[in-house]
Design a protein around this ligand. Structure first.
Ligand code: ADP
Length: 377
């Protein structure tokens, strides 16, 4: 038993008509049962057939789609890409094409299409047959996966850098503690009390430094873990609070802090206070020895974000250090020159990134620095 159409040896016209009819019925039944959208064009590239899946998708009737009418459903931005495949069609070659097509619910969906030229037994061109599938979900999942992979790689890199720098920096006071405790132990064994108080002070100094490093680490790791939900925040208020926290610092250093009218952004209030506070604090701390600190805070509105700048007239930074200063515990000075642990800018960077922005610096040695950061609207 075969399902192939049986053609008699010398068929009559009626028999041939019947066979043709049967063949058509079989094709339509197959095509309409397929979840894939199928269409056919004639030799002039005018569509004359769309299967049920296509018509269900567009919500149109066959009459409404025939010819070039179906192109009305093409997304305007994809028409250009569609023109690119017309070259393939001219050469009667197979093509693949991804475009957005209007679904009956008014949403554009991304479909992937394969177009195959059809040829009659004598080799003459008979038009195209195409099949397409809605790949919107697949595309979304693929994009999400790519973004997640990128984010994972970035956070992995950050973690490695973090672990390296943190362990390196924690080692330093620990080494000091160990060596002075060893001296103390030896001296106590020998009943030698000279320098006991001094050595104890070194040990205490080391432990308190370790404590502040650990506290800084905790603060750094809390930016993402303990951040609060975003709300609409008036940055004029934020700057008022940040400068209030720095009142003593500002007056002790005769600093002037001015800022232009600030916008409202979506963000984490306490983190935004910390961000401005850290940057203003640094601008004062790294002041030039021969002039009073002047700090100007400005904002520039762009299409998708705001760019804030904190400009000072301090000691400035060499451009080779522009990236390094944002890494946790990286400092350009010893603790005797300027106090600090090197956490401030690393925290700023984390806060800015949590707000979907970037942070960078432009500076001239001995003239001053401008710290910039962007925040998504
Ligand atoms: P800390 O202030 O504790 O050293 P930060 O992470 O805030 O740590 O800054 C890292 C380094 O970047 C500083 O040690 C300093 O060398 C440099 N820096 C930061 N802000 C400024 C500034 N406004 N002017 C000059 N140098 C700066």
């Amino acid at each position: 038993m075969t399902n192939q159409l049986q053609i008699p040896d010398s068929p009559t016209v009626e028999q041939l008509k019947g066979l043709l009819q049967e063949s058509e019925t079989r094709f339509s039944a197959l095509a309409d049962a397929s979840p894939v959208m199928i269409w056919m064009t004639d030799t002039d590239n005018r569509s004359y057939y769309f299967n049920k899946s296509w018509l269900d998708f567009t919500g149109k009737s066959l009459e409404q789609e025939t010819g070039v009418a179906w192109q009305k459903g093409l997304h305007p931005d994809d028409v250009k890409a569609f023109n690119a495949i017309t070259d393939c069609i001219k050469r009667k070659e197979k093509y693949t094409y991804e475009y957005r097509l209007l679904r009956c619910d008014g949403n554009y969906r991304t479909v992937f299409e394969v177009g195959n030229p059809r040829f009659l037994p004598d080799g003459s061109f008979a038009g195209y047959m195409g099949s397409c599938m809605d790949i919107t979900e697949t595309k979304i999942v693929k994009n999400e996966l790519a973004n997640q992979t990128k984010e994972l790689m970035r956070s992995n890199e950050e973690l490695e850098q973090f672990a390296y720098v943190a362990s390196h920096d924690l080692q330093e006071p620990l080494r000091m503690i160990i060596s002075y405790v060893q001296i103390l132990q030896k001296n106590i064994e020998q009943n030698n009390t000279t320098g006991l108080g001094e050595f104890m002070n070194y040990v205490l100094d080391g432990t308190s430094r370790m404590q502040s490093l650990i506290n800084d680490l905790l603060q750094f790791s809390r930016v993402n873990r303990k951040g609060s939900v975003f709300s609409l925040v008036d940055l004029n208020e934020i700057l008022k609070i940040a400068t209030l926290h720095l009142t003593a610092r500002i007056s002790e250093n005769n600093a002037t802090v001015t800022y232009s009218d600030m916008p409202k952004v979506k963000g984490d209030t306490s983190q935004l206070i910390r961000l401005f506070q850290n940057l203003i604090d640094n601008a004062i701390k790294f002041k030039a020895p021969d002039r009073q600190p002047e700090i100007k805070i400005c904002v520039e509105e762009r299409a998708e974000d705001f760019v804030f700048s904190i400009k000072d007239n301090g000691i400035g930074i060499e451009d080779k250090f522009y990236n390094r200063i944002f890494v946790i515990f990286q400092r350009l000075h010893t603790r005797n020159e300027y106090e600090g642990t090197g956490i401030g800018l690393a925290v700023c960077k984390k806060i800015v990134e949590r707000h979907g922005g970037e942070i960078w610096v432009e500076s001239k040695r001995n003239e001053g620095s401008s710290f910039f950061f962007s925040i998504k609207k």
